[in-house]
Design a protein around this ligand. Structure first.
Ligand code: SIN
Length: 527
């Protein structure tokens, strides 16, 4: 498939580093901090350091930190929600190494909410016990991100470059030598002994999403172009409760609200989850999201309501200060008003295939966090396991990349040629908006063959002129990445002719273990 632009590394300015980390969320920062014990690390990020999904994460971090909890319970909850597709070795690593990583984060300076010196645990769907720690009420992600940024900035071995967009990896014969990047209008080459991708998910491919504007699947797309294998791309998690008000930026209303007793109601004031699952509002997310969609059809409405009015007012003020502030800014008081909500795209379960040390199918190339797929979430992610994944696998990847031996002494010359440049008339925003609408309509919570095929045809058509042209802007590259990933999501969604986890096929509503208890892998080269 090649790269997005024409270049020749001999003709570009270059710098060298031991470890290149692309992305600055929890996984990337954790990887960088660990790798910096062994060599020079360069972190590059396409926006400012804080603009990522980690910063806006609310719920918390699930980890076995209470004497009433056990590894086996957390493992079992993760496997059950993962619906038969989890990599059990990776789940064990996640759960058993999780508490040490959380303690390390606390040593770095993170403060989690406590009462009388004890963690205040909350509950979310799929967990058999209260095991989720949180910070500043509902701003856990901000606490994690700020702590890791401060720690990274203190490391002499870490250099950080913001607003630096990675166009493509520099790969040859299945070995990665770094990346080709663009800062403002200037392009240059970063040669690295080891490269770590931690660029986050693909939420921006959907019209409705909780994700940061940076979540355009860049890492998955450039890894795919370089020949890496991607896995489980059909599994996109939809969060059941996002604020649904015209003009609101689809702000997340944390599952922890339901964990503290929030109730879902339809427009007639009925607690509809009673009809759908014995765990009611704390059923796994895919179940709650689909129940909401069914209820919307039954009641001919565009949203349902989250009712917190019966909960203790002080609890709401202390636990959910941000949610309260956002709702108040739209004239809604969570202490008195019902909050309109509906599901939106939230988390990319699939991604770049890795082993439990973050090694991809390309030498000297690692991936961690939401952009990676180690199989820890299976077909559905357990709530609040994602910050934990970033901490645990970010650390492991940083360690693997940092301690890797076999140094490259001289980097090869790499080049690529594209014949076709962008026609001036191409309206990037128009194609992007059309793609987001199509994905929302045809590749959303409920899927079926005819719609998937129609969506695929349309996206293939857009790709036929957008992907073969050479772009010059970040917006153009992002569009090309979004289209690349859309095609992979569609291919996988069409192939999985069953319903499992977050992937629901109306035309194949049952799980089919005989044919589909396996991962769907996509790649342009055989390994
Ligand atoms: C939430 O606060 O509901 C989000 C937590 C998560 O996505 O794990």
């Amino acid at each position: 498939m090649g790269c997005l632009i024409s270049f020749n590394t001999n003709n570009l300015q270059s710098i060298q580093t031991d470890i290149l980390v692309i992305g600055s969320g929890v996984a990337g920062l954790m990887a960088a901090i660990e790798a910096a014990k062994y060599g020079k690390v360069l972190i590059i990020t396409k926006d400012n350091l804080r603009e990522c999904n980690t910063e806006i994460a609310q719920g918390g971090i699930a980890a076995v930190l209470s004497t009433n909890d056990s590894y086996s319970a957390h493992i079992q909850n993760t496997l059950t929600v993962g619906d038969g597709l989890c990599n059990e070795e990776a789940v064990k690593v996640l759960v058993e190494e999780g508490p040490s990583r959380v303690r390390e984060l606390i040593e770095f300076g993170a403060n989690f909410d406590k009462e009388k010196g004890q963690f205040l645990f909350t509950q979310e769907g799929g967990h058999s016990t209260r095991r989720i720690i949180h910070a500043k009420g509902d701003a856990t992600g901000t606490e994690v991100e700020e702590t890791l940024i401060a720690k990274a900035q203190l490391q002499e071995n870490i250099r950080i470059l913001e607003h630096t967009f990675t166009i493509d990896l520099l790969c040859e014969d299945n070995v990665c030598y770094g990346a080709l990047v663009q800062l403002k209008d200037k392009r240059w080459v970063i040669f690295a002994q080891q490269t770590i991708i931690a660029t986050g998910g693909i939420g921006q491919i959907y019209r409705e999403t909780t994700n940061s504007i940076t979540a355009t699947g860049d890492g998955m797309a450039f890894a795919y172009r370089a020949g890496a294998t991607l896995m489980d791309m059909e599994f996109i998690q939809f969060h059941p409760t996002t604020l649904y008000i015209a003009g609101a930026s689809r702000a997340l209303i944390s599952e922890a609200v339901r964990g503290e007793g929030g109730i879902l109601k339809n427009k007639y004031g009925e607690r509809f989850m009673l009809k759908y699952h014995p765990s009611l509002e704390l059923a796994p997310r895919d179940v709650v999201s689909r129940s909401i969609i069914t209820e919307l059809k039954l009641t001919d409405d565009s949203h349902v309501y989250l009712d917190m009015t019966h909960l203790d007012k002080k609890l709401l003020e202390n636990r959910f200060p941000n949610i309260m502030r956002v709702c108040l800014s739209f004239g809604l008081d969570i202490r008195k008003d019902l909050i309109p909500v509906r599901p939106t795209a939230h988390y990319t379960i699939g991604g770049i295939k890795t082993d439990i040390n973050g090694q991809t199918t390309i030498d000297r190339l690692y991936a961690c966090g939401e952009t990676a797929c180690v199989g820890v979430h299976g077909a559905n992610r357990l709530a609040s396991n994602s910050l934990l994944e970033g901490l645990v696998f970010g650390y492991r990847v940083g360690h693997s990349a940092g301690t890797a031996t076999n140094k490259i002494e001289s980097f090869p010359n790499i080049s690529n040629t594209i014949d076709d440049r962008y026609i001036e008339e191409l309206n990037i925003e128009d194609v992007r908006n059309s793609l987001k609408s199509l994905m929302w309509r045809d590749v959303g919570i409920e899927r079926e063959r005819d719609k998937l095929l129609a969506g695929q045809k349309e996206i293939d058509f857009w790709s036929s002129y957008v992907l073969r042209k050479e772009s010059t802007t970040q917006a153009g590259f992002e569009l090309q990445n979004l289209l690349t990933i859309a095609r992979l999501i569609l291919q996988s969604a069409l192939r999985r002719e069953e319903s499992r986890g977050v992937h629901y096929r109306k035309d194949f509503p049952q799980k089919n273990d005989v044919e589909f208890k396996r991962h769907i892998e996509l790649g342009i080269r055989k390994h």
